[in-house]
Write a protein that binds this ligand. Structure first.
Ligand code: FE2
Length: 377
């Protein structure tokens, strides 16, 4: 019997959703060199230049580049000086995700609702204006040094937000077909999964829609536990991982060691055609975790009929899994920076609403081979 527990969908009454979310607004990365990072995300992943803030626009302590592809907006930010939050974040964590920004109708209310339920304030509601209208931002802390910023942009028509100018570039690489954020996974410390599950339930009104324990997600070494948290309308999903006892150091422990604490492990990006997307990403130098060829020998026995030919999937290393509602195709990049911390997942959903549990074993064995090569197993 499977120990994965699909938790009954308790009927979500939108009238009682105290924190209605319109999805992910943007993801902001604090990095060591935003100019180069922006170029990497543009060239490798097919983002376009959108907006810029820095000394030329009156910002004296940091530089931010905003890039976009379909509904995905990334902000790459770096510190210009030491002795500030951004420089300290990069010193401690390396490049990583600082902000998971969420679209709201009312940022002041989102802040009031969450802080009254126990969230620690990161930023009180504040209105920013320019000739394109106004935007209201507020923010709360979540695990580690990660924060959620609530973005109210219903009265704003500009490119990104006040304080930014258009970033025009002659380098406009073609899209790789990436569409939107499917989910963002956090790694938290020992025995910290349930407290953070409770945080998302109590403070943000999320529900636990799926759980995996160490019997589901355990190879010889890489045990972990995970609970998937979803907001009321399902637009925002945050799985939370914690390490579990294994023979040797698990992948979550390796992350916690190199990130110096809790943080975002991976951001999953949706595509409508994963074969085309991954073919393109690979040709632009993006590196992926590879499962052994034997994975494809019996995968169709496990997942049944699929629309795609198996050959391109196996050549690219794309994984397949099925649940009651359909199937999904997914693949994981190697870490996006030198520390073995943040990586991307690329996912195409064909009905399935789950997260690829059937692939965990093959995947974690692939991860362990990488961990071993780094001497961290
Ligand atoms: Fe994922």
């Amino acid at each position: 019997m499977s120990t994965a527990t699909a938790i009954q969908n308790t009927a979500t009454n939108t009238l009682t959703d105290f924190l209605p979310l319109g999805g992910t607004d943007y993801v902001e990365f604090y990095v060591g060199n935003a100019k180069q990072a922006a170029h990497y995300y543009k060239s490798a992943f097919g983002f376009q230049s959108v907006a810029y803030a820095g000394p030329e626009t009156g910002v004296t302590d940091k530089v931010s580049y905003v890039i976009r592809q379909n509904k995905l907006t990334f902000v790459l930010t770096t510190a210009l000086r030491t002795g500030n939050e951004i420089a300290d974040h990069v010193y401690r964590h390396g490049d990583g995700v600082k902000v998971l920004a969420l679209k709201v109708e009312d940022a002041a209310d989102a802040w009031a609702q969450t802080t009254k339920r126990g969230a620690k304030s990161y930023m009180q509601p504040e209105t920013f204006k320019d000739e394109h209208g106004e935007i209201v931002l507020s923010g709360i802390h979540t695990y580690g040094d990660t924060v959620h910023i609530f973005v109210e942009r219903k009265n704003y028509k500009g490119l990104f937000m006040p304080g930014f100018v258009e970033w025009k570039s002659k380098f406009n690489p073609a899209s790789t077909g990436l569409q939107y954020v499917d989910h963002c996974v956090g790694n938290v410390g020992w025995n910290q999964m349930n407290p953070w599950v409770k945080f998302y339930e109590d403070v943000m009104g999320f529900r636990n829609i799926l759980s995996f324990d160490d019997k589901d997600i355990s190879t010889e070494y890489s045990a972990l536990m995970s609970k998937v948290m979803s907001n009321g309308n399902g637009y925002v999903k945050f799985p939370i991982n914690e390490p579990a006892e294994g023979k040797k150091k698990s992948q979550v422990e390796e992350y916690l060691e190199f990130y110096n604490g809790e943080g975002v492990q991976h951001v999953a990006l949706a595509t409508n055609n994963i074969i085309e997307t991954v073919t393109e990403l690979q040709s632009r130098g993006v590196e992926f975790l590879k499962v052994p060829a034997s994975y494809y020998e019996d995968v169709l026995d496990r997942v049944g009929q699929i629309d795609e030919d198996l050959k391109p999937l196996s050549e690219l290393g794309i994984l397949i899994d099925r649940d009651d509602e359909g199937y999904l195709l997914q693949i994981f990049s190697k870490p996006l920076q030198d520390r073995p911390t943040l990586f991307f997942e690329f996912i195409q959903r064909k009905g399935a609403k789950s997260f690829g549990k059937g692939n965990f074993k093959a995947l974690f064995e692939a991860l362990e081979r990488e961990q071993e090569a780094r001497g961290n197993l």
